[in-house]
Design a protein around this ligand. Structure first.
Ligand code: SF4
Length: 502
């Protein structure tokens, strides 16, 4: 994995910002998700208490994660499942490929799974000569496009129906009408149904894994999840170890927040509970079930200041709320995870140095914390990661110098005020409709946007005005300040003049 350097992030972000089709698609989809989420949560009485309760559940679970995992293993095995442990993504892929080989598999069907996106399982399967077929509609679209997902919940939300029709037309070898969406989905169903019936293995993830019964739960809005986990003779589920949920009571709280936060539904259309393989008397269902519990860097976060990130339930609400994600789209994050959760999780799982840009892909506005069902403090962790970059000397020398200079300047109140006053005077020829004229892109990370001007009056100025009402000597300070500015200006002019004549 190459990682996301500042240069790479800037390049991808500029590309996304300059793409009006992508901007329109991401704007529309995130707005729809946001509106639906707000409406769904407004209907829940005591929603704040519910979120607090959920946070407490997630926090308590992580504090005894090893115990819950052992319970899960025991119960899942008792139900007939084979439980495997994978220390990292490569190990998880290896286990999947080994099982597939034991079954002589040529083709596997997959339902949507962020864990297998994280491990690049499709690539590993193809290298082993096994064809993976994504069967979630969004995942199938991006598989046909050869792209990674651009959103945790809606992997193809950056695609328009015209682009989807083009991809499907290419796949089926005849033109399809982009305005006939039912016909497009029917075509996908026709192609994929055949795959379900001929696949040797079905591969899924899990939204949660309930320890007390050894069950996995899959939450989806498409029927493909059921077909993947029941039609082929064997089912493999790849599950991140943080997805453990101790009891069904806890799962009820989890599920009540997941659908609402993700898509604004009280419950997603399908909530599938799977406990072991098919029983002897069952007419259908897989005869073999494997569950791979994958660590991949997660256990190293337990007990650190970043443990909280493991409370994430991948609802995607923070992506929909994030002003940076809305502009740069999911692919700028260079990984399966994107948006605020990606900006924290990717450096923690895959290395801060190689993903140096991501903790900076945030305005720290706090919108992600505001909407997170588990109240995960992503802004705090973004700041902590930035501090880690400084401590670990990951920032370049130039950036380090600039940031130290700014930190010093912010501590010099008089000098800062003086420079701000100068800025107010010298910005005048550059102002157009309360904005500065366009500045070169290297000084303007927001791309085409123009920076706001310095306010006519600073906060200090306004504050001093308030004080004047109580302090009779306050106006004198104001005049002294003005006199200091005028003197400084005269001094600069004189210096400039002297420079010209000499
Ligand atoms: S961090 Fe919170 S809002 Fe973002 S995906 Fe995870 S649970 Fe959802």
């Amino acid at each position: 994995m190459s990682g996301v350097t500042f240069k790479q992030f800037k390049f991808d972000a500029h590309k996304a910002i300059a793409d009006p089709v992508l901007q329109g698609a991401v704007d529309g989809a995130t707005r729809t998700f946001r509106t639906a989420r707000a409406a769904a949560l407004a209907d829940v009485p005591d929603v704040d208490e519910l979120r607090d309760h959920f946070k407490a559940i997630r926090s308590a679970t992580l504090s005894r994660l090893a115990d819950h995992l052992e319970t899960f293993e025991r119960q899942a095995a008792a139900a007939g499942a084979h439980v495997h442990w994978a220390q990292d993504g490569a190990a998880a892929n290896r286990i999947v490929v080994e099982i597939a080989r034991q079954h002589g598999a040529q083709m596997v069907v997959k339902s949507k799974s962020m864990a297998t996106e994280e491990t690049h399982l499709n690539k590993a399967l193809i290298e082993a000569g096994i064809t993976p077929v994504e069967t979630d509609l969004g995942e199938w679209i991006i598989q046909l496009a050869g792209e990674p997902p651009s959103h945790i919940v809606g992997p193809a939300l950056h695609k328009t129906r015209q682009q989807v029709a083009e991809l499907f037309s290419r796949e089926v070898g005849r033109p399809l009408d982009p305005d006939d969406i039912p016909a497009l989905t029917a075509e996908a169903r026709r192609v994929l149904r055949e795959k379900f019936l001929t696949a040797d293995i079905g591969i899924s993830g899990a939204n949660l894994a309930v320890a007390e019964t050894g069950s996995i739960v899959l939450v989806t809005n498409e029927g493909n999840g059921r077909l993947v986990t029941s039609a082929p003779p064997a089912h493999i589920a790849v599950v991140g170890i943080e997805k453990i949920c101790p009891t069904w009571d806890d799962a009820a709280v989890w599920l009540s927040l997941l659908g609402r936060s993700a898509t604004g539904q009280p419950l997603s259309i399908y909530t599938n509970t799977i406990t072991g393989p098919a029983r002897a008397a069952d007419l259908d269902g897989p005869r073999e079930m494997h569950i791979i519990l994958m660590d991949n860097g997660r256990s190293g976060l337990i007990g650190t200041g970043y443990e909280e990130v493991l409370q994430c339930i991948r609802c995607g609400a923070c992506l929909n709320a994030c002003p940076v994600y809305q502009e740069v789209g999911g692919h700028s994050y260079g990984n399966a995870y994107s948006g605020p959760i990606g900006a924290v999780l990717i450096p923690l799982l895959f290395g801060l140095e190689s993903n140096e840009a991501l903790p900076h892909a945030s305005s720290l506005c706090g919108a992600c914390l505001e909407v997170c069902p588990a109240r995960i403090d992503l802004p705090r962790m973004l700041l902590d990661l930035r501090a880690d970059e400084v401590d670990q000397h990951i920032l370049s020398r130039e950036e380090h110098l600039i940031e130290s200079g700014i930190a010093w300047l912010l501590g010099q109140r008089r000098l800062f005020n003086f420079l701000a006053d100068m800025g107010r005077i010298f910005q005048k020829p550059l102002v157009d409709q309360d904005r500065l004229l366009a500045v070169p892109p290297e000084f303007n990370p927001a791309g085409e946007r123009r920076l706001p001007t310095l306010a006519e009056r600073s906060f200090h100025d306004l504050w001093n005005n308030l004080r004047e009402e109580d302090d009779p000597a306050a106006p004198v300070y104001g005049w002294l300040h003005l006199a200091a500015v005028v003197l400084a200006l005269l001094f600069i002019l004189r210096l400039l003049k002297g420079g010209k004549t000499s």
